[in-house]
Design a protein around this ligand. Structure first.
Ligand SMILES: [Zn+2]
Length: 172
C-alpha cells in the first residue's frame, strides 16, 4: 500500500503512521475505531494536512490522538502519505474443547467456562457443556476480531492458568 488520500473511516481497523502500527499504550492491542476531529487552524500550512483523529482502542476503550503528518517532500517532489488503514471484519468461530476433569467435582468446568464467557463475551445459548467419564466437552460459538491462531493461543493460555489439560481443541 503506497498511501491514502482519503480520511480514515470510522470502522474497526489497524492503523499505521509511516508504517508504524498504532498500538495502545495501556493494553498493547492495535484495533481502533478512528474519528476525525475538527480543529480550528488559523494559518494552515500549505504542505501539511491539518486533520486530527481520536482513535478508540477496541479492547480497553482508551483514546489515542494523532494528526496526519502526510506532507509534500520538496526534495523528492512527491507527496508522502503517512496514514494507512486496514479494515478488520468480525469473524465467527465454532470452538470445541475436550479437557480432562476429575469425576468428583465440576469446579474446573465451571471455572473454565466462566473464563471463556468473560474473555470472549459469549452468550449463554452459545455454549454447550457435557461431561463424560473424566473428559469434559465445551462447544462454544464466538465472534472475534482475532485470527484463528490468536483465539487458539488465548484458549490454551487460559487453560494453562487454570491447570486444565486439553485433550483436543478444534476451531473452525
Ligand atoms: Zn487498549
Amino acid at each position: 500500500m503506497s498511501g491514502m488520500d482519503e480520511s480514515l473511516s470510522p470502522q474497526k481497523s489497524r492503523i499505521t503512521i509511516y508504517d508504524e502500527p498504532v498500538v495502545c499504550s495501556f493494553c498493547l492491542h492495535d484495533v481502533y475505531i478512528p474519528y476525525e476531529v475538527f480543529v480550528n487552524v488559523e494559518e494552515p500550512g500549505v504542505n501539511v494536512r491539518h486533520v486530527r483523529y481520536i482513535a478508540i482502542c477496541q479492547h480497553c476503550g482508551q483514546a489515542k490522538y494523532f494528526g496526519d503528518p502526510s506532507h509534500f517532500d520538496a526534495n523528492k517532489g512527491v507527496f508522502i502519505w503517512a496514514l494507512n488503514q486496514y479494515l478488520i471484519s468480525i469473524r465467527s468461530y465454532k470452538i470445541k474443547i475436550l479437557f480432562y476433569v476429575s469425576k468428583k467435582n465440576n469446579d474446573k468446568i465451571t471455572g473454565f467456562t466462566n473464563k471463556l464467557i468473560q474473555d470472549f463475551g459469549v452468550e449463554k445459548e452459545n455454549i454447550n457443556i457435557s461431561n463424560l467419564k473424566g473428559v469434559a466437552e465445551l462447544q462454544i460459538k464466538i465472534s472475534s476480531l482475532n485470527e484463528i491462531q490468536e483465539v487458539r493461543s488465548h484458549i490454551m493460555h487460559s487453560a494453562k492458568k487454570l491447570y486444565i489439560t486439553i485433550k483436543d481443541l478444534t476451531i473452525n
